[in-house]
Design a protein around this ligand. Structure first.
Ligand code: SAM
Length: 286
């Protein structure tokens, strides 16, 4: 039994609280992993880290030793009390008891000067968290433990089954690398699926093929195309929340030389960008 498993069992014994499956409480028990995560995040003493779901603090401990400041958001009040107890003498941890899906993350990132996110995310909210965090420019990188299936979506290529709106949204802002794959036994309790550590590094300079003139239009076009992924592009954009006449859409498609009979799932990220910019221009020009 690892020392981390012992700590969890101790906590359960002392408090009578078992890990809450609904909150995605699968704690890391392989002690080799937190140092690997901090290596991948390339931490330095000037980094200000946001950790979502510090849990019992196994990863937090590692981050605190490397970074200037760690800001942890934990939804479970019992775990918050445990973290306060464990890190009572530590100066560089700010603990927020709250729901990462409801807090103003952008405001927090801005006001605290957070430049990196490092977390073993609760599986059930990894998608919505990624939608909220990606594209927020002050972040240099996000190093995240997610389900293997989510990692596959983040790094998927057009025409593959895993390619979807999350792939396009994350690929617009960051470059994804799958760093490690972990077995269920490296967590307690063991989840049903493998997990992967991914690094998402914000593009250092804005390449023209990723410059979107209207980000909310981009989201609507992309979401619309994958909502009806078997439909042809022309029909999926029309069926989306984008208010556009067919003639205008056809003009936009023609302008960027994209065949309207293609399906959205075949478009590369730069094609989605070009199409959105052309639609924006047509809408603006009329
Ligand atoms: N970081 C710890 C580790 O690696 O062992 C725990 C990771 S565990 C996979 C996910 C953690 O996120 C749990 O502590 C859980 O209580 C917390 N959590 C779940 N939903 C949350 C939410 N909406 N906001 C903040 N924390 C949440």
């Amino acid at each position: 039994m690892s020392s981390l498993t012992e700590e969890i069992l101790n906590f359960i014994h002392r408090t009578g609280r078992s890990p809450n499956r609904k909150l995605g409480q699968n704690f890391l028990i392989d002690a080799n992993i937190p140092p690997k995560i901090s290596d991948v995040a390339n931490l330095s003493s000037s980094d200000i880290i946001l950790e979502i779901g510090p849990g019992l603090g196994f990863l937090t401990q590692e981050l605190l030793g490397k970074a200037k400041q760690v800001i942890g958001i934990e939804i479970d009040s019992h775990l918050c009390s445990e973290l306060e107890r464990r890190f009572s003498t530590v100066q560089n941890l700010t603990l927020i008891h709250g729901d990462a899906l409801k807090l103003d993350l952008h405001g927090l990132i801005q006001s605290c000067g957070i430049n990196k996110v490092v977390a073993n995310l609760p599986y059930n909210i990894s998608g919505p968290i990624l939608w909220r965090l990606l594209g927020y420019s002050p972040l240099q990188s996000l190093v995240l433990m997610v389900q293997e299936e989510v990692a596959a979506r983040l790094s998927a290529s057009p025409r593959s089954k895993a390619y979807g709106s999350l792939t396009v949204w994350s690929g617009l802002h960051t470059e994804c690398q799958i760093e490690l794959t972990l077995k269920p036994q490296q967590f307690f309790p063991a989840p049903k699926v493998n997990s992967s550590l991914v690094s998402l590094r914000t593009r250092s300079e804005m390449q023209p093929q990723f410059c979107v003139s209207d980000i909310s239009l981009f989201r609507k076009v992309v979401k619309g195309c994958f909502h009806t992924r078997r439909k042809m592009l022309r029909n999926s954009v029309k069926a989306s929340n984008v208010q556009i006449d067919m003639e205008i859409l056809d003009l936009a498609l023609k302008e960027v030389s994209i065949d309207s009979n293609r399906r959205g799932e075949t478009l590369s990220i730069s094609e989605f960008v070009a199409l959105t910019n052309a639609i924006h221009q047509q809408l603006y020009a009329t």
